[in-house]
Ligand binder design. Structure first.
Ligand SMILES: [Zn+2]
Length: 119
């Protein structure tokens, strides 16, 4: 796959409609002044990278791993959920952030720390 892979889909692959549910909802919210003009509404925005945890420690700090960005919405005419944007977003492995675990606390509730950033 190309490192700068980026594709946008503006029409429903099922019926060809361009009306997207969340996008239309967002327009209405903006018209009524209930959402910021620069916001884009989507069903879901996912980004990340897939790394085998057994191999993660072997990845040198500063090296890039392939990552993904996916934006989806729902067709207003047939209900099909489809990707509006598919893109590759490589991420650099950074230093893991320092962790402060208060004494006596289990590690169970601590947030999952992502050692990768997209900068
Ligand atoms: Zn459709």
């Amino acid at each position: 796959m190309e490192k700068d892979f980026h594709r946008e889909f503006t029409k429903c692959p099922q019926c060809g409609s361009e009306r997207k549910f969340l996008e239309e909802l967002g327009k209405e919210l903006k018209e009524r002044g209930l959402a910021r003009e620069e916001w884009n509404m989507h069903l879901d925005v996912k980004e990340g990278h897939v790394v085998d945890q057994l191999k993660e420690a072997a990845i040198p700090i500063g090296s890039e791993v392939p990552g993904f960005g996916i934006i989806t919405d729902i067709c207003m005419d047939c209900g099909c959920i489809y990707a509006g944007v598919l893109e590759r977003r490589d991420a650099k492995k950074g230093l893991p952030p320092a962790r402060n675990i208060p004494p006596g606390k289990s590690q169970k509730g601590r947030p999952i720390i992502n050692p990768f950033s997209n900068s």
